[in-house]
Structures are given as C-alpha cells and as structure tokens.
Design a protein around this ligand. Structure first.
Ligand code: ADP
Ligand code: MG
Length: 377
C-alpha cells in the first residue's frame, strides 16, 4: 500500500482531513444463500482500502494508486453516468443523495491491498471506505446498520452489478476476532467469536487463480432456479424451507437439477446455523466437517466448483486441514482451509505442488486473520 496521505498532498496540494479504511472479506460458510433470504457468515480481512479525504467546495475528485489518472464529477448524474472504477465512488455519492442526505463535496485519494477480482470483494471495500469517509466528513447521521444497504444500492443500481447484501455488511460491520452472522432477510447481525489464532489455528485462503468461466450466466441461472423452486413450493424464498421439511419439498419437485439446487440451499443454511452454534461454544475445530460438507454440496448439488478449487480442497484435507471449501460465487475464486497455524506453509506448498502437477496456473495463498470492519484511522 502506498502512503495515501502523501498521494493526497501531491494530488490536491493540502493535507487530508482524515483517513478511512474498509476491508475485503471472505465468507466462512453460507454460499448462494444470500439471495435466498438465508444466512451467511463472513469475516473481514486485514487487507483493506484506505481513503484519504477532505471536504471540497464543489464536486468530487478521486484518484487511486491502482488506476491511472484521476476522475472528477460535479454530480453523479443518473446511474451509469460515471463509468469505470470511479462508478463505485459516484455510486456512493448517488445512493446517499437519493436517500435524501446532503452529501459533502470531497476530494479523495485511494490506496488498497485488497486484490481486485479475486473474490474477496475489493468493490465493497472501496464503496465502504468512501461511504464511511463521506458520512464522517458531512457529519451525516446514518446508523451503521443502515449503511450496507446504501453501499449495495450504489453497486446494484449505479454500477449495475447484481450483488447481495453480504459484502458491504461484512466490510462495514465486521469486528476483529469475530465472524459476522448475517440474516440476509432481516439484515440482523450477530458477532460470533472466531479468534482462530488463540486456538493455534489459521484460516488459509488460496486464490485458485482459475480463469473465471461463464460466471455471470451461471450465477443468473442458479438464481433463477432457486426463485422458480420457491414459487413451485409456495414459499417466499428457499430460506423458508425448513431442514425437517426438505425431503417433502424435494418430492414436490419433478426436476432433478432443481431438486439438487434446493438441497444445496436448504442444507447450506443449516450448516451456517450449525457453524454458528459450534463457534458460540468455542468449538472451532469442529466446524471443519461442515466446511467440507459445504464444498461437497457446491460440487455435487449446486455444481459451481471447477477442477482448480476441487484440487485445492482435496489437497488441503490430505495435508491435515480440519475442513476446506470454496468460498464465493464459484467457477474459480478462493478456497478456505481451517488448519493448525504451524501447518500453513506446508499446506500452501502442497496445494502449489498439486497445481503444478495438474498444469494449473500457480495459486496465491495467504493467511486470513478476522479483522476490523470500516473505521476512521
Ligand atoms: P471483487 O469485488 O470481487 O474484487 P469486482 O469486479 O466486484 O471484484 O470489483 C473490482 C472492481 O472494483 C475493479 O475492477 C475496480 O473497478 C474497482 N476497485 C476495487 N478496488 C479498487 C481500488 N483500490 N481502486 C480503484 N478501483 C477499485
Ligand atoms: Mg465485488
């Protein structure tokens, strides 16, 4: 990460009024449950976006050390007016204004060590850092619980990317040493103890670096199948199918693919609840089998894994992981493995070796420490 205060000084010729940070995230468990009104359990990463910012007399100017040039706009205009990476910034200004807030004109300089497009939600980190900065600079009275939906609206409507509420909730609401249990229907959250380090554990994240294949189309197809199944079953969302009613529900569906999609969502929601129960009583190692079962469900029933992530999961388990699973929307992205901390290097090396044998692009491993959500520095 660059020294963003000095970038700010070079760019705008003054000291920034402050620095605001917001992290990337990984989802410990609960995949494709968000748009089914279900449960997710993300935690924030130490990797984060930092925004240096000051109030300005009019308009917004923004630069990022990951992008060439700076972008300025007098008004965000209608969704789609500002394009490219700065759309994520304009989307926040737009969402705040549309919700009736008096958004302060501002200058912003952005730096980040959240990898882009790696499945750890750099977009939500960028949005959340900018949102937090603008709220503080403008003295806006917006409770933390209402902030994720504003950032999500910026991304969904202004940028035009259909995402659930998880990423922004994680970036804004997570706490260090905890995972965020989020009910995507009510948007209620509970902080769940997840202090892996004091247990001698680590979460190894491995970016598979697999080329993303047909992600948007497959995501849309999964979403459509879930919505259709919910209609057939006469429920508002698949979240409303209780685990005990799953067998009955499956009998009422005549399409085998749809049955498997439903089984994934219903069992995955239950796995989130079971993971939360275990973590509440400090039984961290015991969540391993739930993680591995989640992966099997994504591979067999939801069919969203690819060879690269399957190999990483199998190799991590063979290297002694308590559990391992793909995290994120699928068709590539990252794998999580819960391991003894001292096994992190050996596990990462085993996965790298397996990738080489299979002729895959080398993976990028890192150890994820559950970290603090958006904050003023
Ligand atoms: P992900 O959120 O999984 O990392 P996305 O495609 O949703 O991937 O978001 C990545 C996009 O967000 C980038 O292409 C860029 O437009 C924008 N972005 C994220 N972080 C930054 C940053 N630090 N500076 C500029 N743009 C960024
Ligand atoms: Mg994103």
């Amino acid at each position: 990460m660059s020294d963003v205060a000095s970038t700010f000084r070079d760019q705008y010729g003054a000291e920034p009024e402050g620095l605001w940070a917001a992290p990337g995230r990984v989802n410990l468990i609960g995949e494709h449950t968000d748009y089914n009104d279900g449960f997710v359990l993300p935690f924030a990463l130490p990797e984060r976006v930092v925004a240096a910012a000051s109030r300005a007399s009019s308009g917004w100017r923004v630069c990022s050390d990951l992008q060439d040039g700076s972008v300025s706009f007098d008004s965000p205009g209608e969704p789609g007016t500002v394009t490219g990476w700065a759309a994520y910034v304009a989307g926040i200004v737009w969402a705040l204004a549309e919700a009736g807030h008096d958004v302060p004109p501002a200058d912003l300089a952005i730096t980040s060590d959240v990898p882009l497009g790696a499945g750890v939600s750099s977009s939500a980190a960028l949005e959340s850092a900018v949102l937090t900065a603008l709220i503080d600079l403008g003295g806006l009275d917006i409770p933390v619980a209402e902030r994720p939906a504003l950032a999500q609206r910026g991304e969904n409507v202004y940028v035009g990317a259909p995402t659930g509420i998880m990423d922004q909730s994680a970036s804004i609401r997570c706490e260090a040493g905890r995972a965020l249990f989020l009910d995507c229907r009510s948007q209620e959250v509970e902080q769940i103890p997840f202090d892996v380090a004091t247990e001698g554990l680590a979460v190894l994240v491995v970016n598979s670096n697999a080329p993303h294949r047909h992600v948007d189309g497959e995501y849309g197809a999964r979403r459509k199948a879930c919505e259709e199944a919910a209609r057939t079953l006469g429920v508002a969302a698949l979240r409303d199918v209780a685990t005990d009613d799953l067998e009955d529900a499956l009998k009422r569906l005549d399409d085998d693919v749809m049955r498997r999609r439903v089984r994934h969502v219903v069992t995955e929601n239950q796995r989130v609840l079971d993971t939360v129960s275990l973590l509440r009583s400090g039984r961290i190692r015991e969540i391993g089998p739930l993680m591995t079962a989640s992966h099997a469900s994504m591979r067999e029933d939801f069919e969203i894994t690819v060879a690269e992530v399957d190999v990483a999961v199998e190799t991590a388990l063979m290297a002694g992981a308590y559990g391992a699973r793909m995290t994120g929307g699928g068709f590539g992205g990252c794998v999580l493995a819960l391991i003894d901390a001292e096994r992190a290097d050996a596990t990462a090396a085993a996965i790298a070796e397996a990738y080489e044998k299979n002729g895959f692009t080398a993976p990028t491993p890192f150890v994820a420490v559950p970290s603090q959500g958006a904050t003023r520095l």
